[in-house]
Each structure stands twice: as C-alpha cells, then as structure tokens.
Design a protein around this ligand. Structure first.
Ligand code: ADP
Ligand code: TRP
Length: 321
C-alpha cells in the first residue's frame, strides 16, 4: 500500500498538525510504504520571504523526523526536489474546470484573510492532486480541513481516467481520523497558525507552559462545578492523558473546588510529558550535522525514480510520448 502526505513548511508545527497529520502518517508506516514530503512549492503561495522559507523547510524536516518519521521505512523528500510534479499539475489543469477550484474553502478563506488571490493560490489544489497522483498514492492521511482538496484530487483523477483511459492514474483515498479530525486551539476555534491559537510541539518549557495558561475559560468561581462541555482544557487533555487521568479531570470539574489554573497546570504537565521522547530525538538529530540533508537527498532520489515511472505512463496515455 502506498501512503502519502505533505506538510507545508510555514511555521512551527503545532499539536493540531501532530494529531491531524503527523501521528497518523507515522503510524501508517507500519502498514505500507510512506511517501512523506515537505510542500515547499505550496508554501510559496502564502509568503515571499526566501530566508524564512529556507529555515522553515529545515525545521520541518528536523521536526518530522523527531516525531517518528523513519527514513528506513519511508521516503522523505522535498516537493521541489521532484520538479516533475509541475508537469503533472499542468496535465491535470487541462481537465480541471475553473468552478471546481473557485468553490474551495481554503482558497476563499485565505483571500478573506487578506492573502492576495494569485494564480498559484487558486491552482493550489491542482498541484496537490499532482503530488498525490504522481506517486500512485492510495491512502492520504490529512486533517479534516484538507478533505475538500482530496475530493478535488479524486475528481481530477476521474476526469483524467475518463479522458485517457482507466488506469492512467490511481484513485487515492483520504484517511481522516474522526477522534482527532479537528484539534481545537487556545481560543476554542480550530487550532491553526492563521488564528495564532496554537500549542507548538517543540519549544522551550517555560514558553510552552505559558501558552497553556492562555487558554480562554469562563469566570466560574473555584468552588463551583465547571462545565465539561465545550471545555478547551478537557478537549486538549484528552489527547495527552490516559483514561484514569481524564476521568479524574472530568470528576474534578463536576465536583467543584478546583480552579482553572489547576486544570491548566495538569494539562501543561501532560502536554510536556507527551512529547518528551520526541524532544530527545530532536536533540540527537540536531547534533548529527549532515543527517537531515542525507535523508532528504536519498528520499529525493527514490521519489524521483517513482515519479519518472508514473509520469512516463501518464505521458504515454495523454499522447506526449
Ligand atoms: P495550519 O492551519 O496551522 O496552517 P496546515 O494547514 O499547515 O495548518 O495543516 C497541516 C496539516 O495538519 C494538514 O493535514 C491539516 O489538516 C492538519 N491540521 C492542521 N490543523 C489541524 C487541527 N486543528 N486539527 C487537526 N488537523 C489539523
Ligand atoms: N495542502 C496541505 C496542507 O496545507 C499540504 C499538502 C500539499 C498535501 N500537498 C499534499 C497534503 C498532498 C497531502 C497530500 O496541509
């Protein structure tokens, strides 16, 4: 089974990225061949700082490896190391109706946030479809916000197969885990860099604990029972705590007598412990200069080999070869 996912190098990884995309990708390494990449072309649709892009690519590579991506099992590469993806994006764009792209939420959201509506932002899902179809991917683990992009991919795959024959491209499927499909952020909205409400995975302890203290709560007095519904603290604690710990957190909410400060401290402890092994691994990677570059170089070679095979099949099907 071929599993593929991409992450944009657009800032520090957060808990939403981890549970929505990274953890499922790491777990799926046991079940098939993972193709995991850094979507650097995509990141260019929302920023123009070359130095920042370069630094973010490196940081994402280190963090993804620290989170358990195993380069012995999976192919790890940079999207731009396989420029053939642009050719497939072009081929797919010839079967892509404009209205299919115009209705994409992610495009509309980004424009609403003030990002200039350039062509790349509009065509973003076509490049994403090319990422997926170029490697004959079967399973694509992503968070819920990418669901529509996967639908676009499937729609373009169908159109290409209808136009040029079944089997021109392989039909992929999204894997969206229900329990972590939407991790909420410090303010109760979806956790996202664009809302500035994230808990980063890596960082300095004091700062990470400070973020937890920023969680928005109501003004129920310490001695009163507290609502467990719509509680950001509980929703996040669920991700890190075991059943017994979660049970006592819920019971303490219902009983009253504990303040939000105490609950936040418990959450901060659980959050800090959860990523402890990954932090250690990250330190090791940082010491091993050259390791990350070597992994990405090997990954690019392997990815390019696979891409060449698939692209040659598609070129033949469409009449370019
Ligand atoms: P952000 O919204 O912070 O910019 P990205 O769009 O770069 O995050 O998302 C990278 C990956 O992480 C995607 O697969 C996305 O679905 C997943 N993801 C991001 N935020 C969340 C979240 N709050 N809950 C679950 N998955 C998420
Ligand atoms: N659009 C994805 C995101 O913002 C990143 C991405 C690019 C991707 N290409 C992909 C994800 C292919 C899965 C498959 O998170």
């Amino acid at each position: 089974m071929r599993i593929l996912t991409g992450l944009q190098p657009s800032g520090k990884l957060h808990v939403g990225n981890y549970f929505g995309a990274i953890k499922p990708a790491v777990e799926l390494q046991q079940q098939g061949e993972g193709f995991y990449f850094i979507a650097d072309y995509h990141a260019m649709t929302s920023g123009r700082d070359a130095a920042a892009l370069k630094a973010n690519i490196r940081e994402l590579a280190i963090d993804f490896l620290a989170c358990g991506l195993d380069p012995e099992k999976s192919v790890f590469f940079r999207q731009s190391a396989v420029p053939e993806v642009n050719e497939l994006a072009w081929i797919l764009s010839t079967v892509c109706p404009m209205p299919l792209l115009a209705k994409c939420h992610s495009y509309k959201d980004k424009v609403a946030q003030g990002i200039s509506p350039n062509h790349a932002l509009f065509a973003y899902p076509v490049l994403m479809a090319a990422d997926i179809l170029l490697y004959d991917s079967e399973k694509v683990p992503v968070g819920k916000d990418q669901k529509q992009h996967l639908e676009v991919t499937r729609s373009l795959a169908t159109k290409l197969n209808e136009a040029y024959g079944e089997g021109t491209v392989v039909m992929p499927e999204a894997i969206i885990k229900e329990e972590t499909e939407l991790v909420i952020g410090l303010d109760g909205r979806k956790m996202s860099k664009s809302y500035d409400n994230t808990l980063p995975i890596f960082g300095e302890e004091k700062q990470l604990r400070k973020w937890v203290m920023k969680i928005v709560t109501d003004s129920t007095p310490v001695e009163d029972p507290k609502s467990t519904e719509n509680s950001t603290i509980i929703a996040l604690y669920k991700l890190f705590a075991n059943e017994a710990e979660l049970g006592s957190m819920i019971a303490d909410h219902q009983r009253g007598g504990c303040g939000y400060g105490d609950f936040k401290k418990r959450l901060a402890d659980a959050y800090w412990d959860y990523f402890s092994e990954m932090r250690t691994r990250r330190e090791e990677i940082l010491k091993d200069t050259g390791y990350v570059d070597q992994v990405l170089k090997d990954g690019a070679n392997r990815a390019r080999e696979e891409a060449a095979k698939v692209l040659s099949r598609i070129r033949q099907a469409v009449g370019l070869a």
